[in-house]
Design a protein around this ligand. Structure first.
Ligand code: PMP
Ligand code: GLN
Length: 382
């Protein structure tokens, strides 16, 4: 059997969701909304399904969705994108990440990753025989350590893969940080895989900036979006990659060998979503900002150290002020078993041993009543 996969644990999201179910806990661990996506998007997919549009679609995506992805890039970021040569639709951002890594990495190439990191990044880089170079952000500010990042780039660097807005930190990379990264990419003549699944989930006026919009980056970036996050439909697994026409053929060949195509009816629903009016996108973030505020205020009231969340579905909390002396894993297990509320230990997002180990991540993409009930349960427990 494959040694790397044998050495990879089951994803923390599956582990904690199973534990939540076992203990009938409120699941603020795995990031999925407990409300449905927009009615018109769901209906468009249902109509396509019932219309019998259920056979293999074009490999890079149905034209409606490729056109919508290109238009979305133009509308929000001023990017001019050829829907026929610069968009690849995938089965979720998870596949997109793997396809982009496959498209550029050869065995022995180095790939820069930023910790805390989403759990699929490292195993896939390693499976491709590439060498991960980890650069760590530290709580509570998650500032980019510029000297360390620069030192992680070298003659063997082929790509950097990073996530903004960032899970689990809620960090939104600033224009200055992105300019610093862009300079390193240009100097080392390499690529960027930009996991931007939370692009529309930013708060307090923070604006998401795709690295791809910076000077010199148009040809070097593979920009990834997900219908799961943008339309609160995480089970659909429809992702989309925007990249230069020089990169798209290899990205498409990776996709052809992973899943080949993505369900056509779901793609048609997402196409309807991406051209929704500006009010939809503004409403999505203001709706989630209220939830962030509700949960953050409640957690602070209970005595958690609440770190700032500028975007995503997640709040990171420091559990030490509660008087908890164990690590984050024991905290999240005990919280699930005793308080009947589930969170994710943030060490799950670090690959190295000496990670900060007293942070728990809570998802706030839930109905207000459920958030309130979770807070009430934790209050009773504390
Ligand atoms: N990247 C990040 C940072 C995520 O949090 C997630 C989880 N939604 C994904 C990628 C995967 O997205 P998808 O469900 O579209 O595969
Ligand atoms: N992205 C979601 C999270 O971070 C979960 C996705 C998954 O379960 N793989 O919670």
């Amino acid at each position: 059997q494959n040694a790397l996969l044998s050495a990879t644990g089951t994803t923390i999201f599956t582990v904690m969701s199973a534990l939540a179910n076992q203990h009938q806990a409120i699941n603020l661990g795995q990031g999925f909304p407990d409300y449905d996506g927009p009615d018109d998007v769901v209906r468009a997919a249902a109509d396509a399904l019932l219309d019998g549009r259920n056979q293999y679609p074009p490999m890079t995506g149905v034209p409606e969705l490729r056109n919508a992805v290109a238009a979305h890039n133009g509308r929000f970021y001023g990017l001019e994108v050829d829907p026929n040569a610069e968009v690849v639709v995938t089965s979720g951002a998870t596949e997109a990440i793997t396809a982009c890594l496959m498209a550029v990495l050869n065995p022995g190439d180095e790939c820069v990753l930023i910790e805390p990191l989403y759990d699929t990044y490292l195993p896939v880089v390693k499976l491709l025989g590439a060498v991960p170079k980890l650069v760590r952000l530290s709580p509570p500010n998650w500032e980019l350590p510029r000297a360390e990042l620069a030192a992680a780039f070298g003659p063997k660097t082929k790509a950097i893969l990073f996530n903004t807005p960032m899970n689990p930190t809620g960090k939104v990379f600033t224009a200055a940080e992105l300019a610093f990264i862009a300079d390193l990419i240009a100097r080392h003549d390499c690529y960027a895989i930009c996991d931007e699944v939370y692009e529309h989930l930013t708060f307090d006026g923070w604006k998401h900036i795709p690295l791809m919009t910076l000077p010199g980056m148009r040809e070097r970036c593979m920009r990834i979006g997900s219908a799961g996050k943008t339309f609160s439909l995480t089970g659909w697994k429809v992702g989309y990659i925007t990249c230069d026409r020089s990169l798209a053929p290899n990205v498409a060949k990776a996709h052809q060998n992973l899943t080949f195509t993505t369900p056509p009816n779901l793609q048609r629903g997402v196409a309807v979503g991406l051209v929704k009016d500006d009010a939809y996108f503004a409403g999505l973030s203001s709706h989630l900002q209220q939830k962030r505020d509700r949960l953050a205020a409640g957690l602070a009231r209970l005595g958690f150290g609440v770190l700032e969340t500028k975007g995503t579905y997640f709040i990171t909390t420091d559990v030490r002020p509660l008087g908890w002396n164990g690590d984050d894993v024991s905290f999240c297990r005990t919280l699930t078993e005793e308080a009947k509320v589930t969170a994710i230990p943030v060490t799950a997002f670090y690959a190295s041993e000496d990670a900060p180990s007293h942070y728990a991540r809570f998802a706030f993409c839930k109905g207000d009543a459920l958030l309130d009930e979770a807070l009430a349960r934790m209050e009773r427990w504390l």
